[in-house]
Design a protein around this ligand. Structure first.
Ligand SMILES: [Zn+2]
Length: 246
């Protein structure tokens, strides 16, 4: 079950993300004026821990306390959406199609996709890395093509398309004209992926979500943006568990 913001946390405005090697997920630290003690929550959708602190908390003390809650964190993770490591036999979506991962002990190290099976050989311990590299490369190809097409339609330039693993966002567009996508968009149905592209390319002209932005987004996207947005909201948390082992 995805864990969402509680009322008290949603009133906070800024948060700082910390990567603490003692904890399995990044920690979003927030000071809340009315908090009287430290509180830890799991946000499975964003794949991070929310740590709410009373005013004047020490960041170090707060993180030290959070680190003592590791067992609690592990239990919450287990009962939230299960992770889906990239291992032989696993079934993952690729462009929305169920695909089985297969390791061929004596097969080629090159990853190949055929008839709903994504297979490769090479050392077993390198399997997950090979599959993820292939997925990232596929994501880069698809998203570069989609972006070029949308940019042409919009009459804008895109300086650079890059692929990453930003925990919270599916895409982001910088003022300098670079667009960055989460590689897990390759898992989503093409319509969802293209909506994210239309959204980010529309930001090349409008750095807000106003009416002009919405109109351009609708023009660039061959479908209903709201339907695609809701679909991504529903399937997104599950997609974000693919390729993770915790
Ligand atoms: Zn936006």
């Amino acid at each position: 079950m995805p864990v969402t913001w509680s009322g008290i946390l949603s009133t906070g405005r800024s948060e700082a993300i910390h990567h603490d090697p003692r904890l399995p997920l990044p920690v979003a630290l927030r000071i809340h004026p009315r908090a009287r003690r430290l509180r830890l929550r799991l946000d499975a959708a964003r794949d991070l821990l929310l740590l709410t602190c009373p005013p004047r908390s020490s960041r170090r003390a707060a993180l030290d306390w959070a680190a003592t809650q590791r067992d609690w964190v592990a239990a919450r993770l287990a009962e939230a959406i299960p992770s889906q490591p990239l291992e032989p036999g696993a079934v993952i979506p690729i462009e929305g199609q169920e695909t089985r991962l297969e390791w061929l002990e004596h097969g080629s190290r090159n990853v190949s996709l055929s008839h709903g099976v994504l297979a490769c050989g090479g050392p077993r311990e390198a399997f997950a890395r090979r599959i993820e590299n292939w997925l990232r490369a596929r994501a880069r190809d698809l998203l570069s093509d989609d972006t070029a097409e949308a940019a042409r339609k919009a009459g804008v330039s895109v300086r650079r398309v890059s692929i990453g693993d930003a925990g919270t966002r599916w895409g982001s567009c910088s003022a300098s004209g670079s667009i960055r996508y989460n590689w897990r968009l390759v898992l989503a149905p093409p319509t969802v992926r293209r909506w994210v592209v239309a959204h980010e390319v529309a930001h090349r002209l409008h750095m807000n979500h106003g009416p002009a932005f919405k109109a351009l987004e609708a023009e660039l996207f061959d479908g209903d943006a709201e339907t695609a947005r809701l679909l991504l909201r529903r399937i997104g948390p599950g997609l974000k568990r693919v390729g993770r082992s915790v």
